[in-house]
Structure formats: C-alpha cells, structure tokens
Design a binder for this molecule. Structure first.
Ligand SMILES: Nc1ncnc2c1ncn2[C@@H]1O[C@H](COP(=O)(O)OP(=O)(O)O)[C@@H](O)[C@H]1O
Length: 193
C-alpha cells in the first residue's frame, strides 16, 4: 500500500503516519525528517537546505524528489510507504509520478487532513513546548507563518489535482486523534479494497 498524507503543518500527519506504520507494517517517508537528518549530518544537501528550512521556505523540488527516489529503492519500502510532507508542489507531484512509473508502481490513495487554520498555531506552539530542548528551528511564529503561506500557495492546489484523478479522500483533522485514525483506516479500506 502506498499513500500520501496531505495537510498543513500541524495537521497531525506525523501522528497518523506513526499509527499507520504500527498497524500496517509499512514505512513512513517524511521528507522533513530526511532533510533534518541531512542537516544534522552536515551532508552537502543538508548544508544547502538548512537556511531554506529555518525560514520556512521549500527546498528545491528536484533535490527533494531525488531523496525520495533513492529512499523508495530501499528493501523496507517493498510492502509500501506513507509519504508525509511530499509532494508539496505540483512539480513534485509530477516528479513523483515519474519516479513511481519507472518502477511500475502507483499511489493507492491520497488522504488530506482538513483543519482550521486558526488551530494550527496553537498546535505547533504546543509541539515546540513539549520538545523543549530540541525544538525545531522552524517552529517559530515567523517561520510558521511562512510555512502556512507556502502551503496555501504551493501545496493546497494538490488537493484538487488528486481529486481530479480520483485518488483523494478528505478527512476532518479537527476531530479527536482516535477518530481521525478511524477515518483514515476507513478511507484506506475503501481505496485498497
Ligand atoms: N517535499 C518538500 N519539498 C520541499 N521542502 C521540503 C519538503 N519536505 C520538507 N521540506 C522542508 O522541510 C521543512 C519542514 O518540513 P516538515 O517536517 O514536513 O514540516 P511541516 O509539515 O511541519 O511544515 C519545510 O518547511 C521545508 O523547508
């Protein structure tokens, strides 16, 4: 099973992805996590990405797509994967289709977590407080505002794209966490059946 989780920062993609990993034995591919690892390790990509990420800007499409292309080759992806934070632009969606097509694969379902924007700042402030010592450099009010602007302008249009090709399932991300999980499972059952 291969799925995409779509939704703004703070929508709960990471939490839901973690639960899918446990239930379905598939892997979570978070481009944010992969880029943060590259930054920590000081790889050439990490060095280029750090400043963009800290500001809340996107890392170039081709760079992120290459990371994903390499990652999906790994043996642990054979049973499937959850893309969390990718694709984030229309170009990335195109690149993803090329990557998967070259391997004879396709996406089964795109799940969008729909949330009120007014709730996001609070959620992210909470996350920053709870991770006190190792808070993310981009969980500041300025970077968050930028991330939301970028989401609205570049990522939100993907919802219509996936709707057009019949892959989209929208879920209320404002419901309690367990209810969201149940709705995600239902959407998967309908799509993979
Ligand atoms: N697919 C992507 N394309 C470009 N940049 C990305 C991508 N995924 C992650 N990034 C970079 O990493 C940052 C953090 O991403 P992520 O952990 O997914 O955070 P969130 O969903 O909370 O905004 C983004 O603001 C961006 O700079």
């Amino acid at each position: 099973m291969r799925l995409i989780l779509l939704g703004p920062p703070g929508a709960g993609k990471g939490t839901q992805a973690q639960r899918l990993v446990e239930r379905h034995g598939i892997v979570q591919l978070s481009t944010g996590d992969m880029l943060r690892a590259a930054v920590r390790e000081g790889t050439p990509i990490g060095l280029r990405a750090k400043e963009l990420m800290d500001r809340g800007d996107l890392v170039p499409d081709e760079v992120v797509a290459q990371i994903v292309a390499d990652r999906v080759e790994a043996p642990d992806c054979v049973r499937g994967f959850i893309l969390d934070g990718f694709p984030r632009t229309e170009r990335q969606a195109e690149l993803l289709e090329e990557i998967l097509a070259s391997k004879g694969l396709k996406i089964d379902v795109v799940i969008e977590l729909v949330v009120d924007e007014s709730a996001l700042l609070g959620r992210i402030e909470k996350r920053a407080r709870e991770s006190a010592g190792n808070a993310r450099a981009d969980d500041t009010p300025e970077a968050l505002k930028k991330r939301l602007d970028v989401y609205r302008a570049q990522t939100a249009p993907l919802s219509a794209h996936y709707e057009r090709i019949g892959l989209l399932k929208k879920i209320d991300g404002m419901a309690a966490m367990d209810e969201v999980t149940a709705a995600v499972e239902e959407a998967i059952a309908e799509s993979v059946a």
